[in-house]
Design a protein around this ligand. Structure first.
Ligand SMILES: NC(=O)c1ccc[n+]([C@@H]2O[C@H](COP(=O)([O-])OP(=O)(O)OC[C@H]3O[C@@H](n4cnc5c(N)ncnc54)[C@H](OP(=O)(O)O)[C@@H]3O)[C@@H](O)[C@H]2O)c1
Length: 269
């Protein structure tokens, strides 16, 4: 199936690793031109750029910073004239479990600034560019998380940042059509996926078993699982009438294991 993505310009934030990198490869395989955004990992972004089969550019920006995100889109527009598809993927997940009673505002603010403000700034600069360039079609894909759907004890700031993007998605699907009548806004919400973000949990059998107890498919996600759903949603051929939706890519996750068996006393039930 021709997904109609040849020569489309796709900007992917956080494409220097993990899900963003797999997404850049998947779009390039469909013939799209790619703006590889990265934060600090220039080497990874440049290596990716050299390997992609289509025209691409690597640009650094701090997605939590207003001026930096504006400059990212200005540079992308200077190179390609317009951006047709944006994937707001850059994000952080502090690995430690920190319950709310032990969490500082500095810790909270950092995650909110990167994930929520960063997603909002990316969307705003994309929409500002759409208002100027008015392409025939346009698509924004936000990257959420099962954490924003089921919650995640010890990660209130992260689950909030991802849940809030749901509201952004629902609002922007109604705003984008005022700029670009065929424009669409959707979200892909990954479950646990093997990337640099989660690498340190690979050897923690208990954590993997607990996660697999919550889903039908007995494996952790791969970046390509997420990337292919993003490409499918971005394609007008495949998804022209899909907007305001969240595709959960989590192997059929149904919730959280809240207690291990040994913590449960059935005599007190
Ligand atoms: N992996 C999972 O299990 C999982 C599950 C659910 C949702 N997600 C979401 O999926 C997205 C991608 O995650 P991943 O696992 O692929 O993460 P990753 O491998 O850690 O990659 C994160 C990317 O975001 C960039 N980034 C982070 N903070 C930034 C900032 N302030 N400014 C600019 N760039 C920044 C990083 O750039 P540099 O490295 O170049 O600095 C990197 O390219 C995130 O939004 C994450 O929350 C992941």
């Amino acid at each position: 199936m021709d997904l109609g993505l040849k020569d489309k310009v796709v900007l992917i934030t956080g494409a220097s690793g993990g899900i963003g990198e797999a997404t850049a490869r998947a779009f390039a395989a469909e013939g799209a031109k790619v703006v590889i955004h990265y934060g600090k990992n220039q080497a990874a972004a440049e290596t990716l750029r050299q390997k992609l089969p289509t025209e691409s550019i690597a640009i650094s920006a701090n997605t939590a910073d207003e001026a930096s995100v504006a400059q990212l889109f200005a540079q992308a527009a200077a190179r390609f004239g317009q951006v047709d598809i944006t994937v707001a993927n850059a994000g952080i997940f502090p690995p430690d479990d920190v319950p709310i009673h032990a969490m500082t505002t500095e810790y909270f603010d950092k995650v909110i600034a990167t994930n929520l403000r960063g997603g909002w700034l990316t969307a705003r600069e994309f929409f500002r560019l759409l208002a100027k360039t008015k392409p025939e079609s346009a698509c924004l894909i936000l990257i959420g998380s099962t954490s924003g759907i089921f919650g995640e004890a010890g990660h209130s700031e992260y689950s909030m940042s991802k849940a809030a993007l749901e509201g952004l998605k629902l609002t922007l699907k109604n705003e984008i059509v005022k700029l670009v009548p065929r424009g669409r806004v959707n979200m892909v919400a990954p479950g646990w996926t093997w990337t640099p973000m989660t690498e340190q949990f690979r050897s923690v059998d208990e954590a993997v078993i607990t996660a697999l107890q919550t889903r039908a498919l007995q494996r952790i996600g791969r970046p390509e699982d997420i990337a292919h759903s993003i490409v499918m949603l971005a394609s007008e051929t495949a998804s022209a009438y899909i907007t305001g939706q969240t595709v959960v890519v989590s192997g059929g996750m149904e919730g959280r294991v809240l207690k291990q068996r040994q913590e449960i006393d059935p005599t007190k039930a």
